[in-house]
Design a protein around this ligand. Structure first.
Ligand SMILES: Nc1ncnc2c1ncn2[C@@H]1O[C@H](COP(=O)(O)OP(=O)(O)O)[C@@H](O)[C@H]1O
Ligand SMILES: [Mg+2]
Length: 227
């Protein structure tokens, strides 16, 4: 338990999607809290609503009902331009499907993630290189994403989030393309983002070994919390 106020608080959040003339209830009346400095794992089978919950908390999508407070902001009150500004200021995403730009080197991909923070060039360079060093890719900084293995590309996506030092880090199946040893290394890196920078780390995973390292585990089934 943590007595400080939560960095993220969801209260009875629901979200459904239209699927033809049917509605799919992706998240149902879900309440949760997550704290800065901690890793919260979101665990559940495929289709249980993990990605939807991360998109709602990251300000990518709007709730249908209920409320989400993140970084002191009521996300339901934001216009779409304010939502974009919220994400730029507070959130780093580590998606399973990567979204690295293919024409940029991995160093440039990470630098691009820092551009919105308006750091000076020496600090941006130092952050990009130390993040690449943490994921053991400093010697490949000049490579294009296509010349790396899928596991290495996954580590670039992690390095990009590490370099931004965001208050809220949202990782959707960050270890999906990795072998067991690298999965544990990535989980440890996410944990150190919490411990060293005070980031609030939310990580969806269906790997229970990965979830074990988290400070809090939240279980979803069919859009509901079951713990
Ligand atoms: N854009 C969408 N349109 C329609 N249905 C969706 C959409 N996104 C997710 N869903 C549905 O919502 C449910 C939860 O999906 P998701 O959040 O992706 O689960 P998970 O990440 O746990 O696999 C699933 O039934 C999925 O098919
Ligand atoms: Mg998912």
């Amino acid at each position: 338990m943590n007595s400080s106020s939560p960095f993220v608080a969801c209260t009875e959040v629901s979200k459904s999607y239209a699927d033809g003339d049917q509605a799919v209830d992706a998240i149902r009346e879900l309440s949760m809290e997550a704290h800065g400095g901690q890793v919260t794992a979101i665990v559940g089978p495929s289709g249980s609503g993990k990605t939807t919950l991360l998109h709602l908390i990251g300000g990518v999508e709007h709730v249908d009902s209920g409320s989400i407070i993140a970084a002191g902001v009521d996300l339901g009150e934001l216009s779409s331009s304010e939502q974009t500004a919220f994400r730029a200021r507070n959130v780093s995403f580590v998606f399973a499907d990567l979204n690295l730009l293919p024409v940029l080197s991995i160093y440039e991909n990470i630098s691009l993630g820092l551009a919105l923070l308006r750091l000076g060039q020496p600090e941006a360079h130092q952050r990009a290189m130390s993040a690449l060093d943490l994921v053991d890719l400093a010697d490949r900084a000049h490579r294009l994403p296509a010349t790396l293995s899928s596991g290495e590309r996954q580590r670039v996506a992690i390095a990009r989030a590490l370099a931004r030092e965001s208050a809220l880090v949202i990782a959707d199946e960050p270890t999906a393309h990795l072998d067991h040893a690298m999965a544990l290394q990535i989980t440890n890196l996410l944990r150190s983002l919490g411990a060293d920078h005070g980031s609030c780390v939310l990580m969806a995973t269906h790997d229970s070994a990965v979830a074990e390292g988290a400070d809090q585990v939240l279980r979803l089934e069919d859009g509901r919390r079951i713990d």
